[in-house]
Design a protein around this ligand. Structure first.
Ligand code: NAD
Length: 428
């Protein structure tokens, strides 16, 4: 039977496949899971709706799910973040994929609906989400399918906020696993991933010299920490804005200046929002910025920079794809990247494969847990021992050997010789 799909250009499939082959070599965690669970077909019977940025790394992820026995349908969690060669390669491999870079909002919703609809003979029974859109759409518009969902694995902070809200209001009647809070996800992808891909996005879009500039990072969570580190490494003078006193103190003790956005706009040449919150840079800030300040967002949704205000009130001249020169009503000009959408995916290629392997190994483990075990409704975490397993299966690729605890040492620090090595409350 023909594979249902909608992608930009199926002719890009061969290029996508070559790139996937290279990525597999950089994704040892997913390869390890294929070897460990493939022969058992541990996900047989699982019909997984996947809503993630359709990148080359996601292609390796969904092909791992298939290698473990699952059926998959796939759409993008962001209208701008698809890699068209990845989408084409997946279709050529027989995977129903509905994603292209530059979807309109309507098309984005259409793609989600295509993902939910597994056809007459079977029904979606698992969700893998990144930001909560597939979850929300299924719950709201497809109550029959929602009832049959066995579990949800959620990738990112923004999606977790939404799940926690549902859980608190008693609406989350099924179990979900918060993949973001695995140490090997948020302390790696959010931090080291953004550390590499933020400046990649800014530079591809603007070719701007970062050294010597004042860069303002809004939010000093894991993503903000990675962004601030990389901007500083390029020679920028970094200012952080925060609402959480602990994060603000951390930023100060890392040597960053910490102040309010109202103050920071007077100094900044480059602005990066990384809060997962709304309305971080709005009219009052835009009007006071230095001429030609560069603005971008690396948070999940396009709600941090007020693009609507810009669209409705500014003269916009496209310099190139995802890079707009915006003239404000007071004559001030600013450069906005990706129309306020996640900059590392709209203006660059997202995170490198290796760090996505740590994230996605957690995703696959979460799907296996939810599919093979029974959890009560609510939001759960993978165990610390699984977190350690994710890290462990990435070590050999880097040529890293571990010391092992002697019995005497293990007893002295009161842990099992084989892990977990830290209590659940330990903060890495
Ligand atoms: N682009 C990517 O590749 C990528 C990767 C991972 C996560 N994300 C997204 O990035 C965002 C941040 O993720 P995170 O893991 O760092 O979350 P986090 O919760 O660890 O950090 C967010 C920080 O922003 C601060 N904050 C909230 N509102 C603020 C405000 N109004 N002003 C200043 N600071 C504020 C919070 O106090 C917190 O310290 C989320 O939307 C997440 O989904 C993006």
């Amino acid at each position: 039977m023909a594979v249902p799909y909608k992608v930009a250009d199926i002719g890009l499939a061969a290029w996508g496949r070559r790139t996937i082959d290279i990525a597999e070599n950089e994704m040892p965690g997913l390869m390890y899971l294929r070897e460990k669970y493939g022969p058992r077909q541990i996900l047989a019977g699982a019909n997984i709706g996947v809503c993630m940025s359709v990148t080359i790394q996601t292609a390796v992820l969904v092909e791992t799910l298939v290698a473990l026995g699952a059926r998959v349908r796939l759409c993008s969690s962001n209208p701008m973040s698809s890699q068209d060669h990845a989408a084409a390669a997946l279709v050529a491999a027989g995977l129903p994929t509905f994603a292209w870079k530059g979807e309109t909002v309507e098309e984005f919703k259409w793609c989600i609906n295509q993902t939910i609809n597994f056809g007459k003979e079977r029904q979606m029974n698992m969700i893998m989400d990144d930001g909560g859109e597939l979850t929300a759409t299924t719950m709201k518009n497809n109550p029959n399918i929602w009832e049959g969902i066995r579990g949800i694995s959620e990738e990112t902070a923004t999606g977790i906020h939404r799940l926690e809200k549902l859980s608190r209001s008693g609406e989350l009647k099924i179990p979900a696993i918060n993949v973001n809070y695995s140490v090997t996800k948020s302390k790696f992808d959010n931090l080291y991933g953004c550390r590499e891909s933020l400046v990649d996005g800014i530079k591809r879009a603007t070719d701007i010299m970062v050294a010597g500039k004042v860069a303002v990072v809004a939010g000093f969570g894991d993503v903000g920490k990675g962004c601030a580190q990389s901007l500083r490494a390029f020679g920028a003078r970094v200012i952080v804005t925060e609402v959480d006193p602990i994060a603000a103190l951390q930023a100060a003790m890392e040597g960053y200046k910490v102040t309010t956005m109202t103050e920071a706009v007077k100094e900044g040449h480059i602005f990066v929002t990384a809060t997962g919150c709304i309305n971080i840079i709005k009219e009052e800030h835009l009007l006071k910025m230095k001429p030609m300040a560069v603005l971008c967002n690396i948070g999940h949704f396009d709600v941090e920079v007020d693009w609507k205000y810009i669209k409705d009130n500014c003269e916009i001249e496209q310099i190139k794809n995802n890079c707009d020169l915006c003239t404000l009503p007071n004559g001030n000009k600013v450069v906005v990247l990706g129309k306020g959408r996640v900059v590392n995916l709209t203006c660059a290629q997202g995170h490198p494969s290796f760090v996505m392997s740590t994230s996605f190994t957690n995703q696959v483990l979460a799907q296996i847990e939810l599919w093979t075990k029974t959890f009560p409704p609510g939001v759960h975490l993978l165990s610390r021992i699984q977190d350690e397993e994710v890290a462990r299966c990435h070590l050999h690729k880097l040529g890293i050997s571990l010391d092992t605890l002697s019995l005497e040492q293990a007893e002295y620090i009161n842990v099992d010789r084989n892990g977990p090595y830290k209590p659940d409350y330990y903060r890495y």
